[in-house]
Design a protein around this ligand. Structure first.
Ligand SMILES: Nc1ncnc2c1ncn2[C@@H]1O[C@H](COP(=O)(O)OP(=O)(O)OP(=O)(O)O)[C@@H](O)[C@H]1O
Ligand SMILES: [Mg+2]
Length: 497
């Protein structure tokens, strides 16, 4: 894979997770070395031919050197321009590739079909690539013009050399045999010089790529791990405390979270509820140290999170994100065992995780069962429904079996009966485990030992389900609305109107 395709590939911004972990393969470091070697060899042969040429005529040698320069200057300028062009249009290119991905990704096709959005996206992507191609063509045209002029100048060498040598033969300063030898050496020098300068430019060009890729790879993680150890053992959840935590996303002015204080004792099941954009996922991102709070502190077993060894901390956590991963090119089994790739992938452990996530029955109905690949573009591949994917990601979390479970909307795409079954198992499974759960379904959160209501980045209410219902606040209001939605025959919205 070339550097270009890495930069252009559509990917979720890695900065969002505090790390820049672009894995870029170089434009072949080996080629760079081979380039260096052949440059060195051609340099030696150029020097030898140059010395012979200089011995015959220093002035003509100087003329050869001067005449070879324009062509190479044109080439050097081209390399610089094309690099600057790619460098300055990385984001535009990325947008083009993103749009292409949006266009062709199979899950996007139904919406495109209905709304016709594919036409707009297609023409937008086309205009980006046409613009890019136009700019590149202009740079190449510039180069071709320069190269023609440079080559014409360079060909003067091929005219001057024989004229000069013939005059020497006529003046009987050299023999015809020497004429042939000197002619070939002087022209060799001109050609070798041209080649060597071209090679130097190529190596410099490769060096620019290498430097760029190195710069990318050497970017320090935004979040640096501490080295302190947790007090609690691997099987026991730690004590978690958020003290007056406020947070603004980088380059934004608005606080996504404001003055959050809460304690999660080991083994407690807490739920975060609130409307879209309230700040629930953001709180989880801080808890997972994808970002550090703008102010306030998060303490794990009394240790400030930045001082803690992140590797050790993450080892205690199983997280299921709102945007969970789907490893479509892998098998069902691999999708589950990736929950903890260090663990032995015993069939019993895998099926047990799948059973807990209510996934075993649909997996056994797949043609290849646990060995099924999950994308139709592979031989014998298949496609899962959204809910089946979600069950698989829950199975992955069960397989991980960590003392802290973080679930951000874990059952949004799962039907009510399956959700009931999964949660029954989660609550059975969570003996001596801390659970932080985000859900818009009250049936899921009502069993939590403490529920926090978040509104515009602040905790506005907290307590058990019963306490919050008694309070008759926002939670009770939202709960009633949802319950009515299940009970009433009339749509709630119509009733409100
Ligand atoms: N990476 C980001 N950069 C800037 N702002 C962000 C980023 N991620 C989220 N936000 C903003 O932070 C606020 C809280 O978002 P968050 O994702 O925490 O909401 P949420 O409560 O999880 O909502 P939902 O129920 O829709 O998942 C929103 O206003 C959102 O636009
Ligand atoms: Mg969210």
């Amino acid at each position: 894979m070339g550097l270009g395709s890495c930069l252009h590939s559509p990917s979720i911004s890695p900065q969002d997770f505090g790390y820049l972990h672009l894995r870029v393969s170089l434009r072949s470091p080996r080629r760079f070395k081979v380039g260096e070697l052949s440059t060195f060899a051609s340099l030696i042969s150029t020097i030898i031919a140059g010395l012979i040429s200089f011995g015959i005529s220093p002035v003509l040698t100087l003329i050869i050197i001067v005449l070879s320069l324009p062509n190479n200057l044109v080439y050097g300028r081209f390399v610089k321009k094309i690099w600057e062009h790619f460098n300055s249009t990385v984001e535009l290119n990325r947008k083009g590739w993103h749009l292409l991905w949006d266009l062709e990704h199979e899950t996007h096709i139904p919406e495109h079909k209905i709304s016709g959005s594919d036409r707009w996206i297609g023409s937008k992507a086309l205009s980006i690539f046409m613009k890019q191609a136009g700019n590149e063509i202009a740079i190449h045209r510039d180069r071709i013009r320069g190269t023609i002029a440079g080559t014409l100048l360079n060909s003067v060498t091929y005219l001057l050399t024989p004229i000069f040598l013939i005059s020497k033969v006529i003046a009987e300063e050299i023999s015809v045999g020497q004429f042939t030898f000197f002619q070939s050496k002087m022209l060799d020098f001109s050609r070798d010089l041209d080649y060597t300068i071209g090679q130097v430019i190529d190596v410099t060009d490769a060096a620019v790529y290498v430097t760029y890729v190195k710069d990318l790879q050497e970017l320090a993680p935004v979040i640096k791990s501490g080295n302190q150890h947790l007090i609690s053992s691997r099987n026991n959840p730690p004590h978690i405390e958020l003290k007056n935590v406020s947070f603004k996303y980088p380059n934004t002015k608005k606080f996504a979270l404001k003055d959050i204080s809460l304690t999660i004792t080991p083994g407690e099941e807490i739920a975060l509820v609130g409307e879209n954009g309230a700040g629930k996922t953001t709180l989880i991102k801080l808890l997972l140290r994808f970002y550090d709070p703008t102010s306030g502190q998060i303490l794990i077993d009394g240790i400030p999170l930045p001082k803690l060894s992140l590797e050790e901390y993450y080892d205690r956590i199983g997280a299921l994100f709102q945007e969970y991963n789907r490893y479509e090119s892998l098998t069902v089994k691999q999708n589950i065992t990736l929950g903890d790739s260090r663990k032995q992938a015993h069939a019993k452990r895998i099926t047990s995780a799948a059973r807990q996530a209510d996934a075993h029955s649909f997996i056994t109905r797949l043609e290849k069962g646990y060995q099924q690949i999950l994308n139709k573009s592979f031989t014998n591949g298949t496609r899962l429904s959204t809910g089946q994917w979600q069950k698989l990601s829950i199975a992955r979390m069960f397989f991980r079996d960590s003392p802290i479970l973080i679930l951000d909307e874990p059952t949004a795409s799962i039907d009510a009966e399956a959700e009931y079954k999964i949660f029954k198992r989660i609550y059975r499974f969570i003996q001596n485990k801390t659970v932080v759960i985000i859900s818009h379904r009250f049936s899921t959160v009502r069993n939590a030992s403490k529920i926090y209501v978040i509104q515009h980045g602040r905790i506005t209410e907290s307590g058990t389900h019963e306490e919050l219902i008694r309070n008759e606040g926002q939670y009770a209001h939202a709960f009633k609305l949802q319950a009515e939605g299940y009970q009433t025959k009339e749509p709630v919205l119509e009733k409100a109107a």
